[in-house]
Design a protein around this ligand. Structure first.
Ligand code: UD1
Length: 438
């Protein structure tokens, strides 16, 4: 079994850790990166005295050793891939890709968690449910301003890339972890693949839109979930040969786990309910709008019971403003839910009211009416093909749409092309067949 070696530069000690996927040698970058890097499956922390070892030599030595060990499996040159995840919506996208790439014997994979999301119910719980290996490394960046968070990820990820020189780094979605890792790779000339490329809200007040635009400009391989993604990238001048329409990897996870999710439905679920999520800065950081939104949700709860798993950002804002919900039985507030429970609740919901990107997609696949509290969406197929309706920040419109759904008014729905449960297989094929010269 290959090893991951972790080398503090300030001393000559070496730490050997068991690594699931491929061999890397990591130097402790500086005292700013604490030695709390979490390496799962700790094999040993044997202190080895010795002089500095040339990093590339050490790496190739490990590669050669692995080649020999694996020669019965494959003669192909190992392809070493790092996946970077950091925030809740990344996990369900990376899980099927990790699984699909495991089918290629030449591929060695490592998972780096930036630690952008760190609460157990925003991160840890997903790994077990999604059947994902524990990350090899957790950079533990935590919260901060956008600049602080992005910079911390870059500072802590750069030495890993420098030491390991992976053949490709895969980033997911549009969170700060995505763009931070992309910037590191671009500057170190490490090939970068972006899963969920090409989505555009055309609203640069959204931090995620900045992350999308920058990441797509830097990526060598752009894997799009829907055809509008291809069109956006072409318009921005991305060479055609870099763009691959693969479909929606998040739907792969949904398709795989839907049967299991059905068994996770809570007892005593009302026959009808509205499921709410709300966390966008544009909604919850604006105190005037947040008050209006809460009042509208309170009114909606008089017509239909509401279940509201609350994002930590939203909970913090409510606390800062001294606002609270009436915790009547008709308004059920919970902590953020694990994936399976939340998916189960979506399948039975009469409607979902959200500002999340991923939930617009999941409800589209499930055919559940979705009311999106945003002026725009980077996922227009959920409106043109799916059940999604953009109500903007117009709370009268939100109330009207709720009434329309309660009267049985359902829009026609469909599933966009290649949202078929096999997108990750297409991602894996594109990654393995990628040629640097193209
Ligand atoms: C991030 C993503 C967003 C994604 C969302 C899903 C960016 C720019 N935004 O937004 O695209 O839809 O995740 O959740 O990357 N916090 C906790 N515990 C945690 C994580 C966060 O308490 O485990 C708190 C932090 O203190 C922070 C706030 O929540 O103040 C926001 O976290 P942050 O990662 O900055 O962005 P999100 O709003 O979660």
């Amino acid at each position: 079994m290959p090893f991951l070696h972790f080398r503090p530069s300030s001393t000559t000690k070496f730490y050997a850790y068991k690594c699931h996927y491929f061999d890397v040698v990591l130097e402790r970058p500086s005292c700013t990166l604490s030695l709390t890097l979490v390496v799962s499956h700790l094999y040993s922390a044997t202190s080895i005295q010795g002089s500095d070892v040339d990093r590339s030599d050490a790496f190739s030595r490990h590669s050669r050793a692995t080649d020999a060990a694996d020669s019965d499996i494959s003669d192909a040159k190992p392809v070493r891939i790092i996946h970077v995840v950091g925030a809740r919506p990344n996990f369900m996208k990376a899980a099927p890709v990790l699984r699909a790439l495991r089918r290629f014997p030449e591929v060695r994979q490592a998972l780096v968690h930036t630690g952008q999301h760190y609460d157990a119910n925003m991160s840890g719980v997903f790994f077990a449910e999604l059947g994902m290996p524990e990350p090899e490394l957790n950079l533990q960046v935590g919260s901060g301003s956008h600049a602080q968070q992005t910079a911390a990820i870059m500072t802590r990820f750069e030495p890993i890339v420098l030491e390991t020189r992976p053949d490709m780094v895969l980033v997911y979605g549009d969170v700060n972890s995505t763009v931070a890792a992309a910037l590191v790779c671009a500057k170190l000339l490490i090939p970068l693949a972006h899963v969920e490329a090409g989505l555009r809200s055309f609203d640069r007040t959204m931090p995620e839109e900045i992350n999308r635009v920058v990441t797509d400009q830097l990526a060598d391989l752009l894997l799009t979930p829907s055809i509008d993604g291809n069109e956006n990238l072409q318009r921005e001048g991305v060479p055609e040969c870099r763009i691959h329409f693969v479909g929606n990897v998040m739907i792969d996870t949904l398709v795989q786990l839907l049967p299991k999710a059905q068994s996770q439905l809570p007892d005593e679920l009302p026959p009808q309910y509205a499921l709410i999520t709300m966390h966008r800065p544009s909604n919850v950081d604006d105190s005037t709008f947040l008050r209006e939104l809460l009042q509208t949700l309170d009114e909606i709860s008089r017509e239909i019971p509401v279940i509201f798993p609350m994002h930590p950002r939203t909970r913090q804002r409510l606390a800062e403003l001294g606002l609270s919900f009436s915790c009547a039985a008709r308004m059920r507030l919970t902590e953020p839910l694990p994936y399976l429970q939340f998916l189960a609740l979506q399948t039975r919901a009469t409607m979902v009211i959200t500002d999340s990107g991923g939930i617009q997609e999941e409800t589209t696949y499930l055919g559940v009416p979705c009311l999106t509290v945003r002026e725009n969406t980077e996922r227009p197929v959920t409106v043109t093909i799916g059940t999604n309706v953009l109500v903007g920040r117009n709370m009268v419109r939100l109330g009207d749409e709720v009434k329309r759904i309660l009267k049985g008014g359902r829009s026609p729905s469909g599933v966009p092309p290649l949202w078929d449960g096999h997108a990750a297989e297409r991602v894996a094929a594109a990654v393995v067949n990628w040629q640097p010269s193209r």
